[in-house]
Design a protein around this ligand. Structure first.
Ligand code: NAD
Length: 247
């Protein structure tokens, strides 16, 4: 039970990788606050976590790209649990298109949800983490932020931006015993990747030395490690969870 007495906030945790992270932290004793832009989904997931892991799970409806909603979300976490120890910035979207065809709207939307949200959520929690001189922040980037991909200039820019954010925040917050790290998943089976055409999925799989897509649990285990005491001397690090895809 590595996270007994810890409070974790995980964004975009109604399903997919975020849900797996929330479940893993809850399984190891954390009280979890999970947020999602899909109200019904996040309530259902919180109910599942409460039943399965006998821990507290708070569901929050929020759009992490909106400052007012993010601040209200963190206020609710503090009101409910009295503190926040762990933040996992997981919420993310894709709006793929070739650069020549990409609209300004799709550029702005991906940058807002995948990058600006991380600034907003991190800013909102660190005042509490600084006061308690403890915090663990994990940002979910992507191998696309490391190596790029056709049709994903908006997503690649946001996910690469997250890496710069992670390293700068890690330096800024290190003196307060707050670590900031990122995980860069490769091809993980979730609704985000299930939507892709079959031939794109087959092509991606050919690039994975381990020969299989990852599971959300593969990412969750690494996030849990980064939030644990075993990782207390790791900050500003980017860990790929990609079956070797981007080595
Ligand atoms: P997903 O689409 O299955 O889940 C994302 C969740 O985020 C959904 O529940 C969605 O409702 C929520 N969300 C979307 N916009 C939001 C907003 N504005 N505010 C709050 N919640 C919002 O995706 P996933 O595959 O689980 O991806 C999770 C994270 O992992 C994303 O940041 C994604 O970019 C990253 N990632 C995924 C893969 C992959 O292969 N699946 C690979 C690399 C990185």
């Amino acid at each position: 039970m590595r996270f007994l007495d810890k409070v974790a906030l995980i964004t975009g945790a109604g399903r997919g990788i975020g849900k797996a992270i929330a479940e893993r932290l809850a399984e190891e004793g954390a009280k979890v606050a999970i947020c999602d832009i899909d109200r019904e989904l996040v309530e259902k997931t919180a109910e599942e976590i409460r039943n399965r892991y006998q821990t507290q799970a708070l569901a929050i409806y929020a759009d992490v790209a909106k400052e007012e909603m993010v601040n209200a979300m963190v206020d609710e976490v503090i009101k409910t649990f009295g503190k926040v120890d762990i933040l996992v910035n997981n919420a993310g979207i894709t709006k793929d298109n070739l650069l020549l065809r990409m609209s300004e709207e799709d550029w702005d939307k991906v940058i807002a949800v995948d990058l600006k949200s991380v600034f907003l959520c991190t800013k909102a929690v660190i005042k509490y983490m600084i006061r308690q001189r403890y915090g663990r922040i994990v940002n979910i980037s992507s191998v696309i932020g490391l190596r790029g991909n056709v049709g994903q200039t908006n997503y690649g820019a946001a996910k690469a931006g997250l890496i710069g954010f992670t390293k700068s925040a890690a330096r800024e917050l290190a003196g307060r015993n707050i670590t900031v790290n990122a995980v860069a998943p490769g091809y993980i089976t979730t609704e985000m990747t299930e939507r892709l055409p079959q031939e794109v999925k087959e092509e991606m799989l050919k690039q994975v030395p381990l020969g299989r897509p990852g599971k959300p649990e593969d990412v969750a285990g690494v996030v849990a490690f980064l939030c644990s005491d075993d990782a207390s001397y790791i900050t500003g690090e980017i860990i790929r969870v990609d079956g070797g895809m981007a080595m």
